[in-house]
Design a binder for this molecule. Structure first.
Ligand code: NAI
Length: 238
């Protein structure tokens, strides 16, 4: 694959960090962002950390403008940043809804909007949206999160139809339970309960997700678009 400039939101830890390291090691330039200031431990010159809150449109615009000035124009966008704020619906506060939808769904809109023009001009691009099994099967306590993630499927399909003729593919990846900070609140008993329902009998690793994304951005996946592909050990089959 050509060496590309890859933009990953939420790259300071978890799945985003795993993808950043993997793609930098493969020789791509990775612009990795996070809400807070951070550094990559891997001191590869291919890794560029940037502080960016993807819910703030002005910050997104300024960030992309400054990358363009440096001639660092991403051809691949991985919308990975996400948060949860779980609560049963009756107790869910407006703030829980707003924060989760604005990060997981509107953040994806903000970044895609800022980068799509250059992809159209270059007649090449890849957009990967990191969704969740929760958006496919629902999950009690996650009305906000599963709505935002389900919204990504509609976003993916509609945008894929609009830009396919220009060599741009848009796909979603729906992880199941992956060992990261996001699932670190689960104790051993809770994890054992979850694993019982997973045909492959284990939680996923960040590498499991990274390898699927690596395939979807590759030349070999150039005929795949508008899809939501699960990486969940068989937890949800549809
Ligand atoms: P994590 O909590 O370990 O990392 C999330 C990253 O997103 C961090 O770098 C954080 O700084 C960044 N982030 C959050 N809000 C942001 C904002 N407003 N602006 C910029 N960056 C922001 O999460 P994890 O587990 O690595 O998840 C990554 C993606 O995978 C998320 O979209 C999540 O919803 C999804 N996912 C994770 C699963 C899991 O089991 N860990 C399962 C299914 C989906």
């Amino acid at each position: 694959m050509n060496k590309e400039i890859i933009f990953i939101s939420g790259a300071s830890r978890g799945i985003g960090l795993s993808m950043a390291n993997y793609f930098a090691d493969a020789g791509h330039i990775v612009i990795g962002t996070s809400r807070n200031n951070f550094k990559f431990e891997n001191n590869s010159a291919n890794l560029i950390p940037i502080k960016l809150d993807i819910t703030c449109r002005d910050s997104v615009k300024n960030c992309i403008d400054s990358l363009k000035e440096k001639n660092l124009i991403p051809s691949i966008l991985i919308n990975n940043a996400g948060i949860t704020s779980d609560q049963l619906f009756l107790r869910m506060k407006d703030e829980d809804w707003d924060a989760v939808v604005s990060t997981n769904l509107t953040g994806t809109f903000n970044l895609s909007k800022a980068l799509i023009k250059n992809m159209l001009k270059n007649k090449f691009g890849r957009i990967i949206n990191i969704s969740s099994v929760s958006g496919l099967m629902g999950n009690p306590g996650q009305v906000n999160y599963s709505s935002a993630k389900a919204g990504l499927s509609g976003f993916t399909k509609s945008l894929a139809k609009e830009v396919g003729s220009r060599g741009i593919t848009v796909n979603s990846v729906a992880p199941g339970f992956i060992e990261t900070d996001m699932t670190s609140f689960l104790d051993c008993d809770a994890k054992n309960e979850i694993v019982k329902d997973i045909p492959l009998k284990r939680m996923g690793s960040t590498t499991d997700v990274t390898l699927l994304v690596a395939f979807l951005i590759s030349q070999e996946a150039s005929y795949i678009t508008g899809q939501t592909i699960s990486v969940d050990g068989g937890l949800y089959m549809y």
